[in-house]
Design a protein around this ligand. Structure first.
Ligand SMILES: [Zn+2]
Length: 386
């Protein structure tokens, strides 16, 4: 009887130890694995259309305006607890308000550009420059960017040292950023994600704005630059790399070399995980559209990589929803969905607004808007705007 009891006891003990060992094993797998939902938001080509105002028709509009897309940003941030917000350039030139600001010397000394007064409200993580940022010259650009309370990055604009060597070339902006982003994983655990951000611009900018670039700055091939810099970002621990690309799906016309200077080529760069782009004022993805080759409108992929383009003048918000999974300490994109969310909906051929303008922006801008309308009356402004 006693012997039988001992056998039963030792079998129970062995079973208990085995179960416990399995439990520990399972626990260590959980420690090493994690799932995070991350939402990446994009604005682009705002061109200082900060208010929902059509300057040509001299009346309010529901079709564009940063104060309207700003409401979509607030909404998108409410829907998902882990978010990042980026702008992809062409902020400070385009609208009559931008012309008025550029004509006013106070912006060299005391005031912050109204575009940044508005954008600073929204909590941007980073931005990159567009070609139009250079239209008013480098002094104006650098003074204006000081008003942004978020970092700017660009990798392929270099100081022109005219010595013929590439090895000692210096970047004009910070070439990339590594943002430490605390995120909440699906099981409530906090995770630190190192988000690498690289900015790239179409090299045709230096031709279009020759007078501001000549003997000062040069722009190198986008793809070549990215391929040089991405390994460094990886070495410094980037878990996820987002490219902010101020260039369209296709290279700008009449520019040589076209190769390497468009979004499709950037999507082939190893190590780039996500692409936010702008410049060509297009929308990506477009529901129901097919192709071209390598372009998936249904999920918003370009050569398999999540991408988005948010139109212009604040008429769309770019949204990329990522599911990230950590396996053995390495983060991978398990799933993604890109959307270019419009500020209006078309129902029975009628344009319906789906957002209200953000009152804080209207309040901040009222003085500038008033002065812009006066300035417009004094000049024939509308005939030479982009
Ligand atoms: Zn542009």
């Amino acid at each position: 009887m006693k012997k039988k009891f001992l056998i039963i006891l030792s079998v129970t003990l062995i079973l208990f130890m085995q179960i416990n060992a399995k439990h520990i094993e399972a626990n260590s797998a959980i420690v090493d694995e994690s799932t995070v939902k991350l939402r990446i938001l994009e604005t682009t080509d705002i061109h200082s259309y900060l208010l929902d105002y059509n300057y040509e028709k001299k009346k309010k509009t529901i079709e564009f305006g940063y104060n309207r897309v700003a409401s979509l940003i607030v909404q998108a941030k409410k829907e998902q607890r882990n978010t990042l917000l980026f702008d992809v350039g062409d902020v400070i030139k385009g609208s009559p308000l931008a012309e008025y600001v550029a004509s006013s010397p106070m912006f060299y000394s005391t005031d912050i550009h109204p575009a940044y007064k508005s954008m600073n409200l929204m909590g941007y993580d980073a931005a990159t420059v567009g070609n139009h940022e250079f239209n008013f010259g480098l002094d104006f650009l650098l003074n204006t960017l000081m008003g942004a309370d978020f970092p700017y990055t660009n990798a392929n604009i270099y100081v022109d040292d005219r010595n013929g060597y590439e090895q000692d070339d210096i970047h004009f902006f910070q070439p990339y950023l590594l943002l430490d982003k605390m995120v909440v994983a699906e099981k409530g655990k906090m995770e630190n994600l190192k988000v690498g951000v690289i900015g790239l611009i179409t090299p045709i900018t230096q031709e279009w704005d020759k007078e501001h670039f000549k003997d000062k700055l040069i722009i190198k091939n986008m793809r070549k630059t990215a391929e040089e810099i991405i390994p460094q970002m990886k070495k410094e621990g980037a878990d996820l790399i987002i490219a902010l690309v101020h260039a369209g799906l296709y290279s700008d016309q009449d520019y040589w070399p076209k190769s390497g200077n468009n979004v499709r080529d950037i999507s082939k760069v190893e190590g780039i995980d996500v692409i936010l782009y702008g410049h060509s004022h297009g929308i990506f993805p477009v529901k129901g559209e097919k192709g071209p080759k390598g372009v998936n409108h249904e999920k918003g992929l370009i050569n398999g990589k999540p991408a988005v383009q948010a139109g212009n003048w604040g008429n769309h918000l770019g949204i990329i929803d990522l599911t990230l999974r950590k396996k053995k300490g390495k983060w991978v994109i398990a799933d993604s969905k890109s959307t270019a969310k419009p500020i209006i909906r078309i129902i029975k051929k009628k344009k319906i607004s789906i957002v209200s303008p953000m009152p804080q922006i209207e309040y901040i801008l009222s003085r500038y808007q008033h002065d812009t309308l006066e300035y417009m009356n004094s000049k024939d402004l509308l005939n030479h705007l982009d």
